[in-house]
Design a protein around this ligand. Structure first.
Ligand code: OFO
Length: 172
């Protein structure tokens, strides 16, 4: 049974995925503007991934007989922006915090699906758990590297080059 409460909470999660996508898009634009051509590709790619996570939720809600509606355009999520004055370290710190926040919400959803005895949703959410484990670990690893490099220009140059080589899946 697909309860109202599960539907409502899944809809909130699809908005969070859209928020992540929007935030990473804003970060990608920042990185491109600053000349980090590898980092920006990573972030554009990450933004697209988050949009796919949102789509997956929309399709699931509708498949179960719900209706995945969107908030109206005055919602704050359309203004998620990464400040031009921020640093690269702040960018990856924010990204890590965002991923941790999403993991927390996924955990709550899993708990709710068990309380509601909705094993279809419980099963559906396993994919998100795997995904968050990977994304949190990757974000943490990148943040640690950035902390290590600091303002060292050669280090930043190599990092920018390596991130393009190692992590970007959908190159232009
Ligand atoms: Fe949607 O995977 Fe991260 O946030």
């Amino acid at each position: 049974m697909f309860s109202e409460i599960i539907q409502t909470e899944l809809k909130k999660q699809l908005i969070r995925e859209l928020e992540s996508s929007q935030l990473y898009l804003s970060m990608a634009s920042w990185a491109e503007y600053k000349g980090f051509d590898g980092i920006c590709e990573f972030l554009y790619d990450h933004s697209n991934e988050e949009r796919k996570h949102m789509l997956k939720l929309i399709r699931y809600i509708n498949k179960r007989g719900g209706y995945a509606v969107f908030p109206n355009q005055s919602s704050s999520l359309f203004f998620k922006e990464f400040s031009l004055r921020s640093s690269l370290k702040e960018l990856f710190q924010k990204l890590l915090e965002q991923e941790k926040e999403i993991s927390k919400e996924i955990n709550k959803l899993v708990e709710l699906s068990l309380q509601e005895k909705d094993y279809f949703t419980y099963n559906f959410l396993q994919w998100y758990i795997e995904e968050q484990i990977e994304e949190e670990a990757l974000s943490k690893m990148i943040f640690n590297q950035i902390e290590l490099i600091g303002d060292e220009k050669v280090g930043l140059y190599l990092f920018n080059r390596d991130i393009r080589k190692n992590y970007v899946t959908n190159m232009k």
